[in-house]
Design a protein around this ligand. Structure first.
Ligand SMILES: O=C[C@H](O)COP(=O)(O)O
Length: 251
């Protein structure tokens, strides 16, 4: 079973330069000082910063991860980075299936599954993202879409410790709009049931994250929802003070 510690993950997306390493160093020190109150804390900077960030955080409580990986271990794949390379660079986790990659880079459920399997082989925790579009939401298809994404992209061999499943409604990402606590609870309860039927007991221990416009002023409410075991934060993870405020908002 996975740890019951909440997971607070930051996805920097295509943001960050060398100068941004100071934000990571500050967050590392805040984690060391106990300000994140026992949560597991992860920052996923762009590939260019993974090794430097991991070196800064080696042996500390702040984990560094990648934002994507290729499904293959090595080879003629210009521009790609394998899970093994991320591991070698000091990463402990990788995001797969983010809606931006599904929408803009053609990542199908089968591709996402292959990437999650590659992460597992490399010893990385996969943060696997699912979520419906605005149109699917408005047509009442949320659970059908998420059920399909889980069935087709979660590796049947996944372990609770090696996987976190993030519910990110596409219409909530970067918009300032967040589903109601009841709606998040409904989706997360559904995800838990689906994972249990797919993975058995391991499915009961996979951490379920919510992502989409999480900010310091709504984090406490989101993190208090049943079956929400953490958050995946985009814009508000870029500055140490804002991300820390999310961690400190946890009731
Ligand atoms: O991976 C993170 C999500 O896409 C959420 O991004 P956001 O917090 O900027 O809405």
């Amino acid at each position: 079973m996975a740890t019951s510690r909440p997971l607070l993950a930051g996805n920097w997306k295509m943001n960050g330069t060398r100068a941004s390493l100071s934000e990571i160093a500050a967050l590392r020190d805040a984690v060391a000082a106990g300000r994140t109150r026992g949560a597991d804390v992860l920052i996923c900077p762009p590939f260019t910063l993974v090794m430097a960030a991991a070196d800064l955080c080696a042996g500390t409580g702040l984990m560094i991860g990648g934002q994507d990986c290729d499904a293959h271990p090595a080879g003629a794949s210009t521009g790609d980075v394998s899970a093994e390379m991320l591991r070698d660079a000091g990463a402990g986790a990788v995001i797969v299936g983010h809606s931006e990659r599904r929408a803009h880079r053609g990542d199908t459920d089968a591709v996402v599954r292959a990437k999650a399997e590659a992460a597992g082989r490399a010893g990385l925790m996969a943060i696997l993202c699912v979520g419906e579009t605005r149109a699917e939401h408005d047509r009442g298809e949320t659970l059908r879409v998420i059920g399909r994404q889980i069935d087709d992209s979660v590796p049947p061999s996944a372990s609770a410790a090696g996987l976190a499943l993030a519910y990110e409604p596409v219409w909530a990402i970067g918009t300032g709009v967040v589903p109601s606590a009841d709606d998040i609870a409904t989706v997360h309860a559904f995800m838990r049931r689906r994972l249990r039927s797919l993975l058995g007991a391991e499915g009961g221990g996979v951490r379920l994250l919510y992502g989409g416009s999480v900010k310091p002023d709504n984090a406490a409410e989101v993190l208090a929802v049943e079956h929400v075991d953490g958050v995946l934060v985009g814009g508000a993870s870029l500055k140490e003070a804002e991300f820390l405020a999310i961690a400190e908002a946890r009731r």
